[in-house]
Design a protein around this ligand. Structure first.
Ligand SMILES: [Zn+2]
Ligand SMILES: [Zn+2]
Length: 427
């Protein structure tokens, strides 16, 4: 496990008692040996490895260490009801006591879902540094064609081999880099939540993620000096750290802000055709759009306009329905959990001391990177930067529409939500 993470388990300056559901995290070329010891130590006797056709070849690294049955979901697995049924059937016939996810995001989602349903623990053996969700407790599924997220459990342990994940297609690693740098705006939004609504915030957790991003920035600036293995290891470490940060915080706040909300809106295909872009690719595009919007706004913060936000006007069906269509009821429920505008995150904004609020926002803004510099880093990684690159409309109006409506996919406060709500109420 990462020492800087376990340090927070004993005590933290935020006063919260942090805990982790994932108790082992090994990134090492001998991680399969560590997995063998872990499995033996826990007394597991009948492991089953879940993989897809692309990642099946890596199961041999594991079965060279200990006996395990393998179930290969066909094709380039998407986390659908078809593949979970296939894995569940295998589980019913073999009766394993632990599952091992050998693959990237989708294989993990399938395994996570089945493990939770069958009440079996699972271990993560990621084959690409593509996403920070390996240690997450949420399974992102496509259920009868609809994108849904299901509560499930995170892996009890992660064993990641650089020799394995460094061979993943570059596109996957580039997507992982997008997901990592997306934390710049996630963390900023978290801090805005603290400043404007007094939301819980942990400086130490945020610090861990900032360190990981700084580390990855250094790597990017000297990318040529790193071997594929060293480079992808840095990306994987940052991704795992981000996943663990969510466990420490008890929710996805440290790793998901306005940039992820944009990605979620595109996944809902309300204002666009479905795109098969990877998670981190969409996050990178959202990140750049959000960062540029923030930079512009932060040069001229208008607290009076924020004070003038009329939540009823924002939480108006007539305003949201043209974009959200038949999903509008769900969006209104999400943003007003008790059915009234008072339960919207926007209603929790309190500005008692304007000078202090402004100073705090300005201080937080210093942690945001320069947009052009960040774009340079993303380019080095080969990450996507524009909506067109992820198969979405290329025009500015499309991006603007996303910026305007995406904040309502979640009740979570982001600066983007504040900006757009203030704009609407000033009209
Ligand atoms: Zn803390
Ligand atoms: Zn993400």
């Amino acid at each position: 496990m990462f020492d800087n993470v376990t340090k927070l388990l004993t005590s933290c300056t935020c006063g919260k008692k942090h805990s982790l559901l994932t108790d082992e995290c090994v990134v090492d070329n001998n991680c399969e040996t560590a997995m063998k010891q872990y499995i033996a130590g826990r007394g597991f006797a009948s492991p089953v490895i879940v993989c897809d056709e692309n990642t099946e070849k890596f199961t041999a690294n594991v079965t060279a260490q200990f006996e395990a049955k393998v179930v290969t979901v066909s094709g380039h697995a998407h986390a659908t009801e078809v593949y979970t049924a296939q894995v569940n059937e295998f589980i019913d016939s073999v009766k394993p006591d632990v599952l091992i996810a050998c693959g990237s995001g989708s294989v993990h989602d399938i395994t996570r879902y089945c493990a939770f349903e069958k009440k079996i623990p699972f271990i993560s053996y990621p084959t690409a540094a593509s996403v920070d969700g390996f240690v997450s407790g949420v399974a992102a599924m496509t259920w009868y064609g609809q994108k849904l997220t299901f509560e499930s459990a995170p892996p009890i342990a992660v064993f990641a081999s650089p020799a394995v994940f460094c061979t993943a297609p570059e596109r996957l690693t580039a997507s992982g880099v997008g997901d990592v740098f997306g934390k710049y705006t996630s963390l900023f939004d978290w801090k805005i939540g603290k400043i404007l609504t007094g939301e819980y915030y942990c400086e130490e957790i945020a610090g861990l993620e900032v360190d990981a991003m700084n580390d990855l920035t250094e790597v990017m600036l000297h990318r040529d000096a790193y071997t594929a293995e060293d480079y992808t290891t840095k990306v994987m470490n940052a991704l795992l750290l981000s996943g663990l940060a969510m466990q420490l915080a008890g929710n996805s706040r440290p790793a998901s802000g306005a940039e992820h909300h944009m990605s979620h809106l595109w996944e809902m295909a309300r204002i666009n055709e479905d795109t098969d872009a990877l998670h981190g690719e969409k996050v990178a595009v959202g990140l750049m759009a959000v960062l540029r919007t923030y930079k512009k706004y932060l040069a001229n913060v208008d607290l009076d306009a924020i004070r003038a936000i009329n939540v009823e006007k924002v939480m108006d069906r007539a305003y949201l329905a043209p974009v959200y269509g038949e999903l509008t009821d769900g969006i209104l429920r999400e943003n007003m959990p008790d059915g009234t505008p008072a339960s919207s995150s926007l209603s929790k904004i309190r500005i008692d001391d304007a000078d202090a609020t402004l100073a705090a926002i300005r201080e937080a803004a210093q942690d945001l990177p320069d947009a052009d510099e960040l774009e340079k880093l993303l380019k080095i990684a080969g990450a996507t930067l524009t909506s067109a690159e992820v198969g979405l409309p290329a025009d500015e109006a499309f991006v603007e529409k996303t910026l305007t409506y995406a904040p309502y996919v979640r009740n979570r406060l982001s600066l983007l939500k504040v900006i757009k709500a203030a704009q609407l109420c000033a009209e």
